[in-house]
Design a protein around this ligand. Structure first.
Ligand code: CTP
Ligand code: MG
Length: 250
């Protein structure tokens, strides 16, 4: 891509949208997932701090549970956050896709690069955030952090009843597969266009850009950017926090 075709990417300002409006059904009964505590601090606050830790991110938009915007605002007020970062809270929607779109609708015009980051990935290291931003600044319209898989993956014909045996249809070559994380980074106009065109419910934003026929690139993700999905993930997240605390102490 020529230098003339893009507006000064090195100075483009970066905002992060954090969808946090999900219930967390797979985590089991309780408060909305993003509001649950990890070592005493709400998961959402960990996620907000993780993104605000990047000196490139100057605005964080939190997409709160539909009836939880006031609660999220008071949580942000109650926790120490960097002064150089601005924060906005908007209520979310029924699906992740709708929540992200509501976050994008609140994005002030000056931001040219947007990160979308799951509140459910509270422990993403700042180096991963910065690597995604750098790849967008280098000209990629969409960037995903991704890791090779440990498990072999099978495609099956899903059974109608849960637990019934499922015929295996194919085994994609593992070395070509990646597990995709967040933050995913976008040229703002591209992401807005993708959200305007794609109406199927998708679980990640980059796939909407793929549906537009635009290139998406993967950069190395990080083990600690895993998504807190099931109860065991809470144990793992608290163990990571405990290890960080120990390492910080020495
Ligand atoms: N999310 C959202 N709005 C929704 C659904 C999900 O903002 N209507 C957010 C979640 O809060 C989470 C991220 O999207 O930060 C990734 O979704 P997922 O891990 O699936 O979280 P939940 O939808 O809350 O969990 P579950 O699917 O188990 O209910
Ligand atoms: Mg979900």
């Amino acid at each position: 891509m020529s230098d003339e075709s893009r507006p000064t990417p090195a100075q483009a300002s970066v905002a992060a949208v954090i969808p946090a409006a999900g219930r967390g059904v797979r985590l089991g009964p309780g408060a909305p997932k993003a509001l649950r505590a990890l070592n005493g601090t709400p998961m959402l606050i960990h996620a907000v701090r993780a993104l605000a830790a990047s000196r490139h991110v100057s605005l964080v938009i939190v997409v709160a549970p539909p009836d939880g915007a006031a609660e999220v605002k008071s949580l942000l007020d109650a926790h120490a956050l960097p002064d150089r970062t601005d924060f906005l809270v908007v209520p979310g929607g029924e699906s992740r896709q709708e929540s992200v779109r509501l976050g994008l609708d609140a994005l002030p015009p000056q931001y040219e690069i947007v990160l979308v980051h799951d509140a459910a990935r509270p422990l993403v290291p700042v180096d991963t955030v910065d690597a995604v931003i750098e790849a967008v600044r280098d000209g990629a319209p969409a960037v995903v952090p991704a890791l090779p898989l440990a498990d072999t993956v099978k495609e099956v014909a899903p059974a109608a009843e849960p637990g019934a045996p499922e015929p295996v249809v194919a085994t994609p070559e593992r070395s070509r597969l990646r597990a995709v994380q967040t933050p995913q980074g976008f040229d703002r106009a591209t992401l807005v266009r993708a959200h305007g065109r794609v109406t199927d419910d998708v679980t990640d934003d980059a796939s909407m850009v793929e549906q537009l026929g635009l290139p998406v690139v993967a950069v190395p993700g990080h083990e600690e950017a895993f998504k807190v999905t099931r109860p065991l993930d809470l144990v793992l997240a608290e163990a990571v926090l405990a290890r960080r605390r120990l390492n910080d102490g020495f």
